[in-house]
Design a protein around this ligand. Structure first.
Ligand code: HXC
Length: 291
């Protein structure tokens, strides 16, 4: 779809870049010649992703272990990039956290665990990068990974839906405020693109076959589709496109609205079982964290 070397000369930071959708986007950007910086909480996971990608495609893949909930650590990471490599040209806000839960059962900590990553953390990264772009007179492009719940809302994932909706508005607001600096912000709102992180926390006992049945195109997303849209939004050639959130879901949300409405049928015992599974996955991930 794109010409070789399309992203050559671009230095791009991808949060949550070591796994899932972030890794997929990183792969395509690297193939097209970008210099990459991957951020995430698990240093070893980032390292192994960077090694894998560099050995397959060559190029420059750097890593930085960080928890984006920590504003100071975020600022230090962005300063390191500026000092060691130079100004970024692009940022992909991909890092997120989520789990399904009846909202009545959430504790304040449970809400904050998600809101602090998605809502606060994404702002910290965007702010740390954007203010340096403005100070240095650099242009830049931000692509944030949201979800179609920014339009429909979604039961059982309320902290995520609220936080992502906030980022949808951040995208519009900063597109206006920072447009005169040559900074643009856009977002992708994917429907279901199965990844391990999402499956283990959002479908702990099932798969995405229900989503496929309901979707007008009778399937879930294919990674190249996401990679291609993320590339289009990052590449030069369409700079007047700013402030947009583009759904990539086969018109799924137009056909059936919010996700997870089927969870209304679950009993308390079902939820108890699922909660244990999600928490086991969280424990497993936490054991690998270095930031
Ligand atoms: C209820 C839960 C819970 C669950 C955690 N908590 N899991 N409450 N049900 N299943 C509560 C805990 O009890 C605790 O509150 C609080 O949340 C913090 O839990 P920790 O495990 O200590 O948090 P932490 O280690 O910081 O982990 C953050 C996380 C975790 C968000 C909970 O899931 C994570 O790190 N996720 C990153 C990857 C991820 O989620 N990927 C999926 C993204 S999918 P108390 O009160 O007990 O202290 C996505 C959109 C997909 O974003 C869209 C698809 C269409």
């Amino acid at each position: 779809m794109f010409k070789d070397g399309l992203l050559r000369g671009k230095r791009i930071l991808i949060t949550g870049g070591g796994t899932g959708l972030g890794k997929e986007i990183a792969t395509r950007y690297l193939q097209l010649g970008a210099e990459l910086w991957l951020a995430g909480r698990r240093g070893a996971v980032l390292e192994s992703c960077a090694k894998e990608l560099a050995s397959k495609y060559g190029g420059s893949v750097n890593t930085h272990a960080v928890d984006i909930r920590d504003a100071q650590a975020v600022d230090a990471m962005v300063q390191r990039i500026w000092d060691e490599a130079g100004p970024l040209s692009g940022l992909v806000n991909n890092a997120a956290g989520n789990f399904i839960s009846p909202t009545k059962d959430l504790t304040p900590n449970g809400f904050n665990a998600i809101a602090n990553i998605v809502f606060h953390g994404t702002f910290y990264v965007t702010h740390a990068v954007g203010r340096r772009w403005i100070a240095g007179g650099h242009q830049g492009s931000v692509v944030s990974i949201l979800v179609t719940w920014v339009w429909t809302g979604s039961p059982y994932v309320v902290p995520s839906a609220m936080s992502k909706a906030g980022l949808h508005i951040m995208t519009k607001s900063l597109a206006v405020e920072w447009g005169r600096h040559g900074i643009r912000l856009n977002a992708i709102a994917p429907g279901p693109f199965p990844t391990e992180g999402a499956s283990k926390r959002l479908r702990p006992e099932g798969d995405f076959s229900d989503s496929s049945k309901l979707n007008p195109m009778r399937r879930v997303g294919r990674m190249p589709e996401l990679q291609n849209l993320a590339t289009f939004l990052m590449a030069d050639g369409c700079e007047w496109l700013s402030g947009e959130t583009i759904a990539l879901d086969g018109a799924g949300h137009l056909a059936s609205g919010a996700s997870f409405t089927e969870l209304d049928r679950l009993s308390e015992a079902d939820w108890e079982r699922m909660r244990a599974k999600v928490k086991a996955q969280n424990e497993k991930d936490r054991a690998g964290r270095s930031a």
